[in-house]
Design a protein around this ligand. Sequence first.
Ligand code: PMP
Ligand code: GLN
Length: 381
Amino acid sequence: LNSMLSGLPTTIFTVMSALAVRHGAINLGQGFPDTEGPADLVEAAAAALRDGRNQYPPLTGVPELREAVARSNARFHNLTVDPASEVIVTSGATEALAASLMALVDPGDEVVVLEPLYDTYVPMIRALGAIPRPVRLTPPDWSLPRAELAAAFGPRTKAIMLNSPMNPTGKVFTPDELAIIADLLARHDAYAICDEVYEHLTFGARHIPLMTLPGMRDRCVRIGSAGKSFSLTGWKVGYVTAPAAIAACVAKAHQLLTFTTAPNLQRAVAVGLDKDTDYFATLASDMQARRDLLSNGLRAVGFDVLPCDGSYFVVADIRPTGFTGDDMAFCHAMTEHCRVTAIPVSAFYTTPDAPTHLVRFAFCKQEPVLVEAIARLRAGL
Ligand code: PMP
Ligand code: GLN
């Protein structure tokens, strides 16, 4: 067996979702909406199935979707993108992340990552024989430690993985922070894999793709996900925007990993990306109302709540509740006694001595569900 994979624990999302089911708990752990995505997208996917568009689509994605990704880059970020050579459709952002790493790194290369981080990054880097170089952001505002970031870059640095808006912190990187990263990339001739799956889920803060900064157009691989932009996480349709030379190599990786992505879903996602600007504004404002509902409720039952400018997630400090164990023990106890599930933030660290006083709650749920969760916490904590 592969030693890295055989030693890898089951993802915390699956572990906590199973625990939630076992205890009849409200699952504010794994980040998925509890409502269907837009009916017109579901209808477009069903219509494409009935139209007999069910054989292998083109390797890089159906033209309708690649063109829609290019239009979306132009509309929201003023980026000019060639749909034929600079867009690759993948089976979710998860595959896009893997394919982008495969396209960029050789064994022995170093990849800078920012902790806390999404759980696939470090195992994928290691699986490719590359070396993760973690840099920690500091709670509660998760600011970027400039000196430590600069020290993590060196002659073997090939890339940084940048997730903004960020899971699990809810952080949206500021223009100043992006400029610091851009400067390091230029000085070290390195690339950025930009995980922007929550690009349309920001609450006041503006999401700026690193790719739009001066000199960054040819250094960035920008990744989006239909799961997050259309509340259809099970569809697993992702899209990569990258300069043609990198995109061609991402396509080779995609050829090895899955080769193609379900054609009906691709056509439906193309319909989604062309939705009017109101759709995207409402997606964000609805989610912001849920963030506020959950954050206020968590504060009222005794947590400190950290700032959150984007994503599906808010992080809470458990210390004011008086609980004496760590975040993992807290999440288990809360699931069993309050029947509400969250994710321990220490699961998003790969280095020793992770903070153990923080838990992540997902607020991408219907308002009555969030209200009931708060009521259960008030009764059980
Ligand atoms: N990156 C981040 C930061 C995420 O939170 C997720 C969530 N699922 C993904 C990537 C994966 O997206 P997808 O479901 O499209 O594979
Ligand atoms: N991205 C989601 C989260 O962070 C879950 C993804 C998964 O279950 N692998 O909760």
